[in-house]
Design a protein around this ligand. Structure first.
Ligand code: SAM
Length: 299
């Protein structure tokens, strides 16, 4: 192949594969792709000063070639780049964690507003727990939002996910009040924390039923994102949440709040389970598309 510069190669690639790319990455423009490639190159410590005018020779050992190969396979852009934007920051992500979604930002906003209200009424240091933290996007964003120190805890059943959360906490530590703290705990739901008390517990747990819902999951999500973060067994689903809600209820202070993201088709059933275990009020909140998306429950 005659060597050409990377800018031209990218333009040719984009126009040759336009159809496939638009199926895999709806709305992807050439400019956005350029931007993604530049950020990817930066991550790979490639000098980006004259990236697009530099000569490009595809080869198995060239990281830029991996970028194009992964793209055409439909590998999520966030995993290719190893970074995802959430709320106000960029988070490290790898295949061991869910790519944080924009609708989850509503959970952060709702939780922040609850914490601010509580802070107006009390000087105590608030204690917050995030169950199934993944990349840590929720709990780290919450810590960033609060100008008063918070004592935060986050759990995950995946040790690999906790490593990613630890890295994000380390990278973003400077954006969080110095006196705030975050403890990352490897456990099932919150089993290792049953002696602790919290003012607020948040969670975006796995909430897709493996059998009933799987056909509706986007192919790329099912292929590349961790199943541990996505799916629960259909026959264990309600019981899994019942145990979670009981643990959460007994670990909240009086008037404490639980906010959980869930599946639009199952949230009403789960809200009933939540009421049955003893929460005093349970509401369902909608997402940006007006679908049922969150449970907001008060002890
Ligand atoms: C839907 S992902 C959410 C990740 C992150 N909180 C977010 O919103 O982007 C669910 C997370 O729960 C974790 N998880 C799955 N089962 C769990 C369990 N039994 N106990 C604790 N965490 C669990 C997964 O490893 C995954 O990181």
């Amino acid at each position: 192949m005659t060597p050409i510069n990377l800018g031209i190669y990218l333009e040719n690639f984009f126009s040759d594969k336009k159809q496939r790319l638009s199926e895999l990455y709806p709305g992807l423009s050439l400019n956005r792709l350029k931007d993604e490639l530049e950020q990817y190159a930066r991550q790979k410590k490639i000098n980006v000063d004259d990236l697009f005018s530099s000569r490009y020779i595809p080869s198995n050992t060239n990281p830029i070639t991996s970028f194009f190969d992964n793209l055409i396979k439909g590998y999520p852009l966030e995993y290719i780049r190893g970074r995802a934007h959430f709320y106000k920051s960029e988070f490290d992500v790898s295949e061991t964690v869910l790519i944080p979604r924009s609708e989850t930002e509503i959970l952060v906003e709702t939780a922040s507003s609850f914490l601010r209200d509580w802070m107006k009424m009390s000087d105590e240091r608030l204690r917050v727990l995030d169950i199934g933290t993944g990349s840590g996007a929720i709990i780290i964003s919450l810590l960033q939002e609060m100008h008063r120190p918070i004592e935060a805890f986050a759990t995950d059943i995946s040790k690999d996910a906790l490593e990613v959360a630890r890295r994000n906490y380390f990278n973003l530590r400077f954006t969080i009040p110095r006196e705030s703290s975050l403890r990352l705990i490897h456990t099932d739901r919150m089993s290792e924390l049953l002696d602790e008390k919290f003012h607020l517990i948040v969670s975006n747990p796995p909430y897709i039923k493996k059998r009933e819902d799987r056909d509706f999951v986007h192919h790329q999500v099912d292929t590349y994102e961790p199943h541990l973060a996505l799916y629960l067994d259909d026959d264990k689903y309600d019981e899994w949440f019942r145990i979670l809600f009981k643990q959460v209820l007994s670990s909240l202070y009086e008037e404490g709040i639980f906010i959980m993201e869930g599946h639009e088709d199952h949230l009403e059933d789960l809200a009933s389970v939540c009421s049955m275990v003893g929460f005093s009020s349970v509401q369902i909140l909608k997402d940006y598309t007006n679908r049922n998306r969150f449970i907001f429950a008060k002890k």
